[in-house]
Write a protein that binds this ligand. Structure first.
Ligand code: PLP
Length: 400
């Protein structure tokens, strides 16, 4: 993967510069009228217009496809544009899409609101309940869509079994692999038909742009390209170039972030002000065996409970100096967010309770800061938040 991350998708024909050039162009020159006609009819291959294809965007698509072990890939202007592209390609009135309940919030809104009103039925199921997937997927299902591990409580789907259930009914399984990247999980190897990324997260990794991508077989990607070039959700060459360069360091960045995340999670586990830590990288995770079968590593986003109330969680967040309060993930700089009042504020209190998102839950995206500095910042903020220690609380509860 390291070599492919550096060398796949080179386009030396544009110039002999060692670093890939950026093809900032909307159109391409044809040698003759006949050649223009041949490109439009599809009889000869080549660029026509940058809404369809662009050499820099193509290099990014090929490099990421290679890293995911896919035949081909297609880039989109954002993760949501990629999801909408997939939905437009395969959903239609009278058919249904089966989605795990705890996907990225806007994903569910997109399916429910914008595709629901076109007559598509949207069914949601709990990620870990195979019986619920079995009941929901039927012969009218066109797409099955999930994220594993889920965000922010890190539950894991049995991808192979859900792929088998989907294929038995003729549906396509799409896995959003934003959280783990191809470095830690290859959903296609586990039976998924398409793998999707919000590429402005770990793939860019420096919080500079919004982008999306879908990888899979040549046939499925070609169906998607038809949608993308018609609906116009193309990625810009400039952003594709940043992402192309970012893929070169993806493995190093996510491995370093993941190592820090593991150390921080274990440190938080033993902290008296922290009640529970939800992370696939901990041996105590209830799905430890499945995680070992599907993932080669763990992401750097996880969640934990601070004290018992929203006030305590907020006091802790406000006291952080190094770690920023921001609703993003996968940046080189660490960030925290309070899911109950931000990313999940549109759920009812009951829906949040079911999803395990308490008022005291904090999500952390671990970056590349020195581990000691990071732990020092968390430690100082927990001290300043003035939380009743777990042990004291337990003994108070026993006493009463
Ligand atoms: C951010 C995100 C998306 C949406 O991607 P955008 O690039 O913001 O449109 C989809 N899925 C997951 C898991 C995300 O984190």
């Amino acid at each position: 993967m390291a070599t492919r991350a550096l060398h796949e998708g080179h386009h030396q024909d544009l110039s002999d510069s060692h670093c890939e050039p950026i093809a900032m162009t909307s159109a391409y020159v044809f040698k003759s009228a006949a050649e223009a006609a041949a490109r439009f009819s599809g009889a000869s291959k080549g660029n026509v217009y940058s809404r369809f294809t662009n050499p820099t965007v193509r290099a990014f698509e090929q490099r990421l496809a290679s890293m995911e072990g896919a035949q081909d890939g297609i880039a989109f202007s954002s993760g949501m544009a990629a999801i909408a592209g997939v939905a437009h390609a395969w959903l239609e009135a009278g058919k249904n899409v089966v989605v795990s309940k705890d996907v990225f919030g806007t994903t569910l809104t997109a399916f429910r609101h914008y595709f629901g009103r076109l007559g598509v039925q949207v069914r949601t199921v709990e990620l870990t309940r195979l019986d619920a997937w079995r009941r929901a997927i039927d012969s009218n299902t066109r797409l099955v869509f999930l994220e594993s591990p889920s965000n922010p409580v890190q539950q894991v789907a049995h991808i192979r079994s859900i792929a088998a259930l989907s294929h038995a009914m003729g549906a396509l399984l799409v896995v959003d692999n934003t959280m783990l990247t191809p470095v830690f999980q290859n959903p296609l190897e586990l039976g998924a038909d398409l793998v999707l990324h919000s590429a402005g997260k770990y793939i860019d990794g420096q919080g500079r742009c919004v982008a999306g991508a879908v990888l899979g077989s040549e046939r499925l990607v070609s169906d998607l390209r038809g949608v993308m070039r018609t609906l116009g959700s193309s990625l810009s060459a400039m952003n594709a170039w940043m992402l192309l360069k970012s893929l070169e360091t993806l493995q190093m960045r996510v491995r370093a972030m993941s190592a820090s995340a593991g150390a921080v999670a274990r440190w938080l586990q033993q902290h008296g002000s922290v009640r529970g830590v939800h992370y696939t990288g901990l041996a105590e995770h209830p799905q430890h065996t499945l995680i070992g079968q599907q993932q080669r590593g763990h992401g750097a986003v996880f969640s934990f409970e601070v004290g018992d109330t929203r006030e305590e969680a907020w006091r802790f967040m406000d006291a952080l100096q190094l770690v920023a309060i921001a609703t993003n993930i996968g940046d080189t700089r660490s960030m925290v967010t309070h899911p109950a009042s931000t990313t999940h504020c549109r759920l009812t209190a009951e829906e949040r309770r079911q999803a395990g998102i308490g008022d005291n839950l904090v999500r952390l995206s671990v970056g590349l800061e020195d581990l000691t500095d990071l732990v020092d910042d968390l430690d100082a903020a927990l001290a300043r938040a003035d939380i009743v220690p777990r042990e004291l609380q337990e003994s108070l509860a026993t006493a009463s």
